[in-house]
Design a protein around this ligand. Structure first.
Ligand code: ADP
Ligand code: MG
Length: 705
């Protein structure tokens, strides 16, 4: 494979024949096109079929843009002042229609000729008994025929009002791109290895660029798009995988070679249940990392309730066996407290202590923790962001676990890494199942473990949809469940914790629930984001210890809370929640042996998307399926965790639709790296050069994790 320097394609656009400095300035300002390469990759958003011609008697109003061949019979100016317009009678052998211009009348009029065959292109409207087209494109048939791209699929490009005023409309952009391809198309170099192109049947690159702009037929257009999408996904993955290789090559990690008394003792005597096969497999994967001498960077995905915490704890015990400290960072105080509690319980009798550090830890306790961490007396710490603060210094931090990863930014993760001279191993746990395609894109340089199995004996949660009008029946059901000894979550939307109306909604709801479930027969807890941490904690523990029957709350309880006796989740205004949020909320129940229920309350009228969300929830408990639907509904930009990543600004690929291509690109790359693990061969080195030449375009690609 030959390689040409990419310089030509970095040429400023003003040097393209027919562009010049002024137009270059506008193109840059309005569309971000500053180089040949930018223009080449300014893809049309659709094509207009100019292979088909219509007769006037075939027109109908449902048609989008169509073209008709015929002649101008007459041209006349009609109306006064602002209503002045130019009207032409246009005929073919089947009938007559009107062409109308409201602007640029003089200019249009002077350019048109009567009784000559024209190709007229526009959108047909039916008005007062006949068809008309406003501001159609007009081209002499003889000219249209002589143009090379004359009769094919015509590209349509996005442009702006400002550019249109400067006569840079879609057609003008097409012309520039045509020009670019005419002059320099032969200098487009292939950047995918031949073997890959053959294996995945990908169009050659030069041809792909020609066809994607000026296709000769719909099949070639599709093939060119596939090729260019593949290329984009391929190089994105190339960047991620090379990063990972570099990280592994350069990194040293703490060696956890021993499986000692802490781990074995716990496993034999304190583990309250048998691990699922999935938990065992993930634990093996983690142990292999910890013993590899490289720093672990692993993402642990597992649906809510799949039992990630105990896996985390076992990894922490390995750290302790090897003389290292370990910490867990959780996104909320409630969750940190919960982790602390369940880990303390599991550790009781092992002689190991676990500290809790959050924003509301009292000064005295804080000092004690700092001291114990520094001296190494304290092995384990659980906490919130408070862990990142500079006063928190470890004697020898070997493992950091980050729960519910999407709430933490990259910078926060980095701060934790710096807590030891040699970076600790990192295990990122997330309960938000990310579709595989997205995981590959976002976390391409992390290793991924999946717990894809729930502990035995869990009964699938039954999910029901109820209207507001069925509220009394829902309350009756809640009473039945309470009579059976169960506890209930009742969740209100508080999308923005600052929204006053949401708080009022919650308080009103609380009052009406309090009336329907009066003391002393019923006890209620309430938790929302505006409460003091202490109060929140107290309400949570009253519920967790079974002293209250109903927990009225906002989504602060969304993540991680574990009260096995709670078996009913009622969500108010469920239409206001996103799918992943609903799934998280539902995951708060179904943790004990009892049949659990999730009741989604909504108003009578639902938007199409909301209806799909509710229906999906009622149909499945599978977090990965839910994530797929979520991705379809919202697009990748809004998926949890992707907002700041900037990884999703593709020029042509679409992560929602192109999962299969992404998978293929990944496979192709894995094959390449397998054949050349050192990356010293020609193929990898050539790919590196190609990647370097496109990096400026995707600054964000390198900033992932
Ligand atoms: P998540 O993955 O959502 O963090 P947790 O770690 O909170 O899930 O576990 C959910 C519940 O399942 C906890 O009560 C935990 O003790 C229990 N659990 C975890 N693993 C098993 C297992 N292998 N068998 C039975 N129960 C388990
Ligand atoms: Mg959890």
């Amino acid at each position: 494979m030959s390689f040409r320097t990419p310089d030509l394609w970095q040429t400023p656009i003003e040097f393209l024949k027919g562009v010049g400095p002024m137009r270059a300035e506008w193109l840059k300002g309005e569309l971000g096109i500053s180089t040949f390469d930018d223009l080449l990759q300014y893809y049309p958003f659709r094509h207009i079929d100019r292979t088909t011609f219509y007769k006037i008697n075939q027109l109908n109003e449902l048609q989008a843009y169509v073209q008709v061949v015929g002649k101008l019979l007459s041209l006349k100016l009609v109306g006064e002042g602002g209503k002045r317009r130019l009207v032409a009678d246009f005929i073919d052998e089947t009938g007559k229609m009107e062409l109308v211009w409201f602007q640029g009348i003089k200019w249009v009029q002077s350019g048109l000729r009567l009784n000559e065959p024209y190709v007229v292109f526009g959108k047909p409207n039916f008005f007062k008994g006949q068809y008309n087209m406003a501001h159609p494109e007009m081209e002499l048939l003889s000219e249209a025929r002589s143009k090379p791209q004359g009769m094919r699929l015509h590209p349509v490009y996005n442009t702006t009002e400002k550019l249109k005023q400067k006569s840079i409309d879609s057609k003008a952009i097409a012309k520039m791109i045509w020009q670019l391809l005419e002059l320099h198309g032969h200098q487009i170099t292939e950047n995918l290895p031949l073997t890959v192109r053959q294996q995945y049947q990908l169009m050659e690159r030069t041809l792909a660029f020609r066809q994607v702009h000026f296709p000769s037929d719909p099949e070639k257009l599709e093939a060119s798009r596939q090729r260019l999408k593949f290329e984009e996904l391929f190089f994105l993955q190339f960047g991620l995988l090379s990063n990972k290789k570099r990280r592994l090559a350069g990194s040293r990690g703490h060696l956890f070679l021993k499986v000692g008394d802490f781990f074995n003792g716990f496993y034999k005597y304190h583990l309250p249940f048998e691990l699922t096969e999935a938990q065992k497999r993930v634990l093996r994967e983690i142990r292999a990392d910890l013993g590899s001498g490289k720093q672990m960077n692993r993402l642990l995905q597992g649906d809510v309730g799949s039992g990630k915490t105990v896996v985390a704890l076992l990894a922490m015990l390995l750290a302790a066996d090897n003389g290292f400290q370990a910490c867990i960072m959780a996104p909320t105080e409630i969750l940190a407290t919960q982790h602390h509690q369940s880990i303390s319980e599991m550790l009781s009798g092992t002689g190991l202590e676990v500290g809790l550090l959050t924003g509301s830890t009292k000064i005295k306790e804080r000092r004690r923790l700092h001291e114990a961490l520094r001296s190494g007396e304290l092995h384990f710490l659980v906490g919130t962001h408070a862990l990142i603060e500079p006063e928190v210094a470890f004697q020898n931090l070997g493992l950091t676990i980050i729960d519910e990863q999407h709430r933490f930014g990259v910078a926060q993760r980095a701060a934790l890494w710096a807590k030891n001279a040699l970076s600790p191993h990192i295990l990122v746990m997330t309960a938000t199942p990310i579709p595989r395609t997205l995981a590959m894109t976002l976390y391409g340089d992390l290793d991924v473990s999946v717990i894809d199995e729930l502990p035995k004996g869990r009964k699938p949660i039954k999910t029901l949809h109820a209207n507001d009008s069925q509220r009394l029946r829902v309350f009756a059901f809640m009473r039945e469940q309470i009579a059976l000894g169960r506890q209930i979550y009742l969740v209100y939307p508080m999308i923005e914790e600052s929204e006053k109306s949401d708080l009022k909604f919650l308080m009103d709801g609380y009052e009406s629930v309090a009336r329907a479930f009066p003391r002393p027969n019923y006890q209620l807890s309430i938790v929302h984001g505006r409460m003091k941490a202490d109060d929140k904690q107290q309400e949570m523990s009253r519920f967790a210890s079974g002293n209250t029957n109903i927990m009225v709350a906002t989504t602060v309880i969304e993540v991680g809370v574990n009260v096995p006796n709670a078996s009913v989740m009622v969500v108010e205004n469920a239409e206001r929640f996103g799918l992943s949020q609903l799934h998280q909320l539902r995951g708060r129940v179904g943790r004990g042996a009892e049949q659990s229920y999730c009741i989604l309350m909504t108003g009578e009228k639902l938007s199409a998307d909301a209806a799909t969300r509710i229906k999906t929830m009622c149909e499945t408990n599978d977090g990965f399926r839910i994530a797929e639907v979520d991705l379809q509904l919202r697009g990748p930009g809004d998926m949890a965790g992707t907002q700041q990543s900037g990884t999703l600004d593709f020029a042509i690929a679409n992560i929602t639709e192109d999962g299969e291509l992404l998978r293929q690109a990944r496979m192709a790359l894995e094959q390449i790296f397998e054949n050349d693990p050192q990356g010293q061969g020609l193929v990898v080195r050539t790919l590196e050069l190609a990647y370097a030449s496109m990096r400026h375009k995707h600054k964000n690609w390198s900033a992932i994790s």
